[in-house]
Design a protein around this ligand. Structure first.
Ligand code: GLP
Length: 273
């Protein structure tokens, strides 16, 4: 651990949703600043790309990831590395957006990582096309997405943010630990959180396709990032442990290699260990 980082162990590990017989607590690293947290996680991705250029990465969207991708793009440039043999799999995508929408997760990824890091379209997979309509088409694309992850040999590392209601990807409260990639309805809280990005609640899609919790749990490493005071309560609930059906992120506890990276503000409601 680097200077300035602090590790916090929960009082009681969250056992709900953990594979049978495993009750490892989630490992939490508290970084002094958001920038430090992003740099640490980006550094791990960079090392993976350096060690295994054909790595399969699970990627996330959301404001938390902006800093992670900025740090990753900078670190790639600094090391003179390219990601041109890697495969990437994004967690989720909205359904029913107008073609070319700037609010799609695909557009987010193009802006923050794919264009600056010169990742080509042939390398990237999403569980749905943002202009696809809910229904039959999403079932087909969800199946193809799962098959593509398998064909790539599984995910080496999955990046995750935390939703305001504890969702991971778009696995909302009530999602099962064994859920697979599928079409889902977004929770009211999730749509409210997205309203600002979309310029109004009415503009926020109601449905999306998300990687399942079970799919995420198959990644060899899982790295969760939570930044800012507004994430402090959800971070405390995750570390304290709760039923995974109520707090989907708790389904991850018990994974053999899951880490939570937070800044001091997001750690403000954790008891120091
Ligand atoms: C969306 C995404 C999640 C992400 C969450 C948090 O809901 N589907 O994958 O974790 O936003 O976003 P932010 O980082 O902006 O708090």
């Amino acid at each position: 651990m680097n200077e300035g980082q602090q590790r916090v162990e929960p009082d009681e590990p969250c056992a709900a949703g953990a594979p049978q017989g495993r009750h490892e607590p989630i490992q939490v690293t508290v970084h002094p600043t958001a920038e430090d947290a992003c740099a640490a996680v980006a550094g791990e991705v960079l090392e993976l790309v350096a060690a295994r250029p054909t790595t399969a990465l699970g990627l996330a969207t959301g404001s938390t990831m902006v800093g992670v991708y900025r740090a990753l793009v900078g670190a790639l440039e600094e090391r003179g590395l390219r990601m041109d043999e890697a495969r990437t799999f994004n967690l989720d995508e909205y359904l029913g957006l107008p073609p070319g929408s700037e609010e799609s997760f695909r557009a987010f990824m193009d802006r923050h990582l794919f264009t600056p890091a010169r990742v080509s379209s042939a390398q990237v997979s999403f569980p749905a096309s943002p202009d696809a309509q809910p229904g039959v088409e999403s079932v087909r694309s969800a199946r193809a997405f799962e098959a593509a992850i398998e064909a790539a040999g599984g995910l080496d590392l999955q990046l995750l943010g935390l939703g305001g209601n504890g969702h991971i990807a778009f696995n909302e409260p009530g999602s099962r630990a064994d859920s697979r990639t599928r079409e889902v309805e977004l929770a009211p809280r999730t749509r409210e959180d997205a309203a600002r990005t979309f310029g109004g609640l009415d503009e926020v899609p109601r449905r999306a396709v998300t990687m399942g919790v079970g799919t995420i749990l198959e990644a060899r490493r899982i790295r969760i990032v939570a930044l800012g005071e507004h994430k402090a309560e959800i971070v405390a609930r995750l570390v304290r442990g709760e039923d995974g059906a109520r707090l989907p992120a708790c389904h991850l506890v018990g994974h053999p290699d899951v880490q939570l990276h937070v800044d001091a503000a997001a750690a403000s409601r954790l008891a120091a260990g």
